[in-house]
Every structure is written in structure tokens, then in C-alpha cells.
Design a protein around this ligand. Structure first.
Ligand code: ZN
Ligand code: ZN
Length: 281
């Protein structure tokens, strides 16, 4: 992180419209990098497919929810010099510092990230025909925001280690063979968890029964029209189909090609004492 902070400082020192704007771009990328770096440390719990779709703001917010609810706090890890002996109180032990993780507030990162774009990186829309659009934003305003971001980056750069969270780990093997691991305490009922393998389309739904955590594949079932075999297709892959578009799959039993289509259906609210009603289009 420090080389980026130095680069930003050098651009601000040049003090031209272009260099200050470029400093804003560098500052924004640096904020994104902080988020991605933290997430990579915890990659066991976040899938690559999910990661790719996210904006830094979502990354930070999801990081908090999925990986570690303590990410906003600054934590320092110490270990005792000697193993604990029976009857000895923890406060009587001598400790060695292992490292510190500086906490970051997702709301602050999000605000800074959006502000940089608004002030420095978006061209203002013309208000009328004669409206002259300057090529750059207000230099002093940009400088002030970039300096604010630099201070935050400086603060975050004090991190010497990252915690990947504490607590029981649960795992499941995806249909593709990939082993996925998660922190049990951070999972909730009905949560969607994508497979960590970036080439895999499978998503699972978290089912919690008492102390047990289960992962149920989120699939669409197609019944082979030749042999009645049920073929499970990962729903995530189907979400890229457009309305009315056809998709197909081969039956693993008889090799028959089966088709399906995204359709808009008319429905009406359920009347009292009535089963779910739907009308085929
Ligand atoms: Zn998989
Ligand atoms: Zn078949």
C-alpha cells in the first residue's frame, strides 16, 4: 500500500488538473484493492463467481456478513510466551504481539469511493446548448477528497496480518468435486452459497436444522421426455438465459436432447381455500 500512497502524493504535488484527476483515479483503485485483498485472505468462504460480480461496496458489506462480523474493529493478536499451566490466570501470562488488523468501516469506504467518482471522474452533463463543459472537475475539491482518502489508506496500511474469522468450519463437496468451506456461525437459513470453483455453475441453499448445517443444490429439474429420468441443471447458469430463449440439456441416461424455455406466466392471487393457481400462457 505505501507505494500507492506515495504515487498519489506525487501526482497531487504536480498540481495540474490532469495530475490531480489521475490521483483521484489511483485513490479509487487503491480503495478497491484494500477490499479485494481482505477478501482474498478469506477466500475459502467466498466464491470467485460471487467476487467477480461485486462492487467494492458490496464486497465490504458481504465480507462483513459472510466472512467476519468483526471486520470493522481493529484487532491485535497476542500469544502467550509459555503454555498455560493449571491454576494460572490469563492476565498473569506474558504475551507476544503477532500482528494487527486495522478495521475498516464499509460505509466510509463506500462514501469515499463514490465521492471520488462524482467529483473527479464523471463528466458533467450540459444544461443547455451554450453550456461549456470543462474537461476536468474542480481541482481544489478533488485534491481535498484525494487527501482524505490518502489518510484512510495510510491508516489501513498499518495492518500487518488478517484474521480469517474464528469459529467452527463446515464444508461440503460440490457436484463438480470442489470442496467448499464456510464459517458455520456466519451462515443463515436460506442463504445462497456459490461454489468456489470459478468454472462451476452450482449454487447451494443453506438449510439449518438445530445444530446441523446442510447445503441443498439450487437446481432446475427437467424430466427427460424419452425415458422420464430427472436431470438437474444448476439454476445459476439458467439465469443468464433471456426471456423466451430456449436452452437444452442431454439426458445422462438415454442421451435424448431436452429443451426448456424462459416464459412469462399469467398468475392470479390465491382465493381462500384454494390451491395455488396459475394459468399457462
Ligand atoms: Zn462446483
Ligand atoms: Zn432420457
Amino acid at each position: 500500500m505505501p507505494p500507492i500512497i506515495e504515487r498519489i502524493a506525487a501526482l497531487l504535488a504536480e498540481d495540474t488538473d490532469a495530475s490531480v484527476t489521475y490521483a483521484a483515479l489511483e485513490a479509487r483503485l487503491a480503495l478497491e484493492k484494500v477490499c479485494y485483498d481482505r477478501l482474498r485472505q478469506c477466500h475459502d468462504y467466498i466464491s470467485h463467481a460471487q467476487l467477480k460480480k461485486w462492487q467494492p461496496r458490496q464486497i465490504v458489506n458481504t465480507l462483513l456478513k459472510e466472512v467476519d462480523q468483526h471486520a470493522t474493529q481493529t484487532r491485535t493478536l497476542h500469544i502467550s510466551r509459555n503454555p498455560a499451566r493449571p491454576g494460572e490466570k490469563p492476565e498473569e501470562q506474558e504475551y507476544v504481539e503477532i500482528g494487527t488488523e486495522v478495521g475498516f468501516d464499509p460505509r466510509i469506504i463506500e462514501k469515499l469511493w463514490n465521492a471520488l467518482a462524482k467529483i473527479a471522474l464523471h463528466v458533467r452533463l450540459p444544461e443547455h446548448k451554450e453550456d461549456h463543459i470543462p474537461p476536468y472537475g474542480d481541482k481544489e475539491q478533488i485534491r481535498a477528497k484525494v487527501e482524505e482518502v490518502s489518510r484512510e489508506l495510510e491508516r489501513l496500511s498499518k495492518t500487518t496480518m488478517t484474521f480469517s474469522g474464528i469459529g467452527e468450519e463446515v464444508s461440503f463437496v460440490c457436484e463438480c468435486g470442489e470442496k467448499n468451506k464456510r464459517r458455520a456461525s456466519l451462515l443463515h437459513q436460506g442463504q445462497q452459497v456459490s461454489c468456489i470453483n470459478p468454472n462451476c455453475q452450482h449454487t447451494y441453499i443453506v438449510k439449518i436444522v438445530g445444530q446441523d448445517v446442510g447445503f441443498e443444490a439450487d437446481v432446475f429439474s427437467v424430466i427427460c421426455h424419452e425415458c422420464d429420468t430427472v436431470v438437474h441443471i444448476p439454476r445459476r447458469g439458467l439465469m443468464t438465459l433471456k426471456y423466451d430463449q430456449f436452452g437444452s440439456c442431454f439426458c445422462p441416461n438415454c442421451n435424448q436432447k431436452n429443451f426448456f424455455q424462459w416464459r412469462l406466466l399469467q398468475v392470479r392471487p390465491r382465493m381462500e381455500g384454494e390451491e395455488d393457481a396459475k394459468i399457462d400462457s
